[in-house]
Design a protein around this ligand. Structure first.
Ligand code: GRF
Length: 205
């Protein structure tokens, strides 16, 4: 099996990127990260990329969202990206962008979707009082944290949790869940049927 070519989009510290890169380096994932792109000039992820190509595409330097997304898509294509991996990328992508990579964009969200979409999902979970939250890897559509769900990992919410302590525990689950979901994509196991993802090899969702 060949290596799946990944393009990572990240806005922040980049721990999910690092977990993916480590899984590749350790031979757990038949993929390679061709390019890491951030939309924030000072994003922490830029200090983690080592010899992997990385750049900032700053929306402030573009006249419109359309032009910014065009630059993103052009860069990803320039590097031959087959799967776009959103790893803490804090922007909603339009249908125009998404159609460049149909069924080839993944996102991770720190809650069990469809509960608690949007910002501060971990704080939302603590404030609501749920006893279990977790993380979700899903295909991206034009909605916010919508799109067909691939994998979810539950994480207990403790009575003493704050948004921060819960976020730290969920993050550990995120790293493993993202790796698994990318591996499933890489091995051709995932099929999108309507709003659902089917695992082809098992014939179950
Ligand atoms: C993660 O919690 C991810 O689920 C959310 O943003 C955070 C990014 O963390 N979308 P990192 O930059 O990968 O460390």
């Amino acid at each position: 099996m060949g290596q799946l070519v990944l393009g990572i989009l990240a806005s922040g510290r980049g721990s999910n990127y690092l977990a993916i890169q480590k899984a590749i380096d350790q031979g757990e994932l038949a993929a390679k990260v061709a390019i890491v792109i951030t939309d924030k000039p000072n994003a922490g992820v830029l200090s983690l990329t080592g010899s992997t190509p990385a750049c900032c595409i700053n929306p402030k330097e573009y006249a419109s969202k359309h032009d910014f997304e065009q630059a993103l898509a052009d860069k990803l294509k320039e590097y031959g990206v087959e799967l776009v991996v959103l790893a803490g990328f804090m922007r909603i992508l339009t249908a125009d962008f998404i159609q460049n990579f149909p069924g080839r964009i993944l996102n991770i969200h720190p809650a069990l979707l469809p509960s608690f979409p949007g910002l501060d999902a971990q704080g939302q979970a603590v404030r609501y009082g749920v006893k279990v939250s977790g993380c979700t890897v899903h295909f991206v559509d034009e909605g916010m944290d919508t799109g067909p769900i691939i994998l979810q990992t539950p994480v207990p919410v403790l009575p003493t949790d704050t948004g921060e302590t819960l976020a730290a525990r969920i993050l550990v689950a995120e790293h493993d869940t993202y790796k698994q979901a990318i591996a499933m994509f890489a091995s051709g196991q995932l099929e999108i049927k309507g709003s659902q993802v089917i695992f082809k090899n098992e014939g179950v969702k």
